[in-house]
Design a binder for this molecule. Structure first.
Ligand SMILES: Cc1cc2nc3c(=O)[nH]c(=O)nc-3n(C[C@H](O)[C@H](O)[C@H](O)COP(=O)(O)O)c2cc1C
Length: 371
């Protein structure tokens, strides 16, 4: 089956996270100039116990092929035809975009620049910096986008998420809008900013995709909650399984972990990562080679990256998490780090779970979905 936009860009993502981390200092100062509090959930994730295996993470969520494979209901097929496009350089817009993708069951595409923006490029106190020059002087410039663009044939509804730069949309967002065909698509723009509204961006963005059906856009503060984003998405009246019908979510799915003769069951979380994991498992079971690490986890690589929604947490026995987008970790004891929750195995104490997973020796488990 043809894949739409599966762009494996793990190294870019890892660098992106590091850059974001470095940027925070600069942005705290910069943001204050626009009357805001810098906010980011981004954390440096190097040095986790889990990092021994080294890894990548993915930016793009579901492929057309996976969506088709997972479209066991008409409602799921509707959901897979929504795309969230995100440009976020200091980590404020990205979590909001991820909420919208999760709420709508959408695919996620993050714009990446061929020439990445460094912290100094974003310093708007200096009129000679790249972003300021682009936004104020060389307005026609269209920074090149790295990697493949999404295939818009796969989507009916597209969310465009970005920050406000000097009252406008960043030039690279215009590159995107001018590079894809949004004719006849329902397009919804939303932004974060220090204080500026979305109005200053809309003239250019709408002109860049004049044949799209633009719904009313909205500006949000950094750190806006998932609940607020959900209320807003609901207010748009878009069709989709989680929005209208609301029955089919990953919450109802049970993950089977087979290790030799032992079969463990785990309740899955309902988030962007598990949605992708379920889509993957609906194509067939997968094997994961596990090794013990640190006296608290059995961990191994997945065959492909999953989208992340990392948060700082202290894990407990039975927790299953995603580490750096591509490693699945089964915790038989506790560790504090930034992970994306995938699910939980009930009813095992630490020693029993380690043994059931074949630890502390290297082992192989098969992951599948319970019918
Ligand atoms: C180059 C640059 C220009 C900015 N211009 C504005 C602006 O005109 N008005 C405003 O309210 N905020 C402005 N900001 C602040 C950002 O809009 C805000 O921090 C936003 O949440 C950043 O989103 P991100 O972290 O997803 O990149 C600017 C930030 C940068 C880096």
């Amino acid at each position: 089956m043809k894949l739409g936009v599966v762009r494996e860009s793990g190294m870019a993502q890892r660098n992106f996270n590091r850059r974001q981390f470095v940027r925070l200092g600069a942005m705290v100062a910069a943001s204050m100039a626009f009357g805001m509090t810098a906010c980011s959930s981004v954390q440096e994730s190097v040095g986790s116990a889990s990092s021994v295996a080294g890894n990548t993470s993915s930016e793009v969520a579901r492929s057309e092929g996976q969506s088709e494979a997972s479209a066991s209901t008409a409602q799921e097929a509707v959901a897979s035809r929504t795309l969230v496009v995100c440009w976020s350089q200091t980590g404020n817009t990205r979590p909001l975009a991820e909420y919208v993708a999760d709420i709508t069951g959408a695919d996620f595409y993050e714009i990446e620049a061929v020439e990445p923006y460094l912290p100094e490029d974003l310093n708007y106190d200096d009129p000679s910096t790249r972003a300021t020059v682009e936004q104020q002087q060389t307005l026609d410039v269209r920074p090149a986008i790295a990697g493949e663009l999404p295939n818009m044939d796969n989507y009916d509804t597209v969310f465009i998420a970005h920050p406000i730069w000097w009252g406008k949309a960043p030039r690279i967002v215009l590159t995107f809008l001018e590079s894809v065909d949004l004719s006849g698509k329902t397009v919804v723009e939303f932004v974060t900013s220090g204080s500026s509204g979305i109005e200053g961006a809309e003239g250019e963005t709408h002109a860049a995709a004049p044949n799209a059906n633009w719904l009313e856009g909205k500006r949000f503060d950094a750190g806006t909650s998932r609940e607020t984003m959900e209320e807003w998405v609901q207010s748009l009246g878009l069709a989709g399984p989680k929005l209208v019908q609301g029955q089919e979510t990953t919450e109802s799915k049970v993950l089977l972990i087979s290790s030799g003769d032992i079969r463990l069951e785990a309740t899955l979380e309902d988030n962007v990562a598990t949605a992708e994991l379920v889509a993957l498992l609906q194509e067939g079971s997968i094997e994961v080679s596990l090794h013990e690490y640190g006296g608290f986890e059995m961990i191994g690589g997945l065959p492909q990256s999953l989208p992340t929604a990392d948060e700082q947490m202290s894990t407990s026995t039975g927790d299953i998490v995603l580490y750096q987008g591509k490693q699945i970790s089964f915790f038989y004891a506790s560790n504090s780090w930034s992970y994306t929750r995938l699910g939980h195995i009930d009813g095992y104490d630490s020693a029993a779970l380690l043994e059931a997973l074949g630890g502390p020796h290297d082992s192989t488990v098969e992951l599948s979905l319970k019918e």
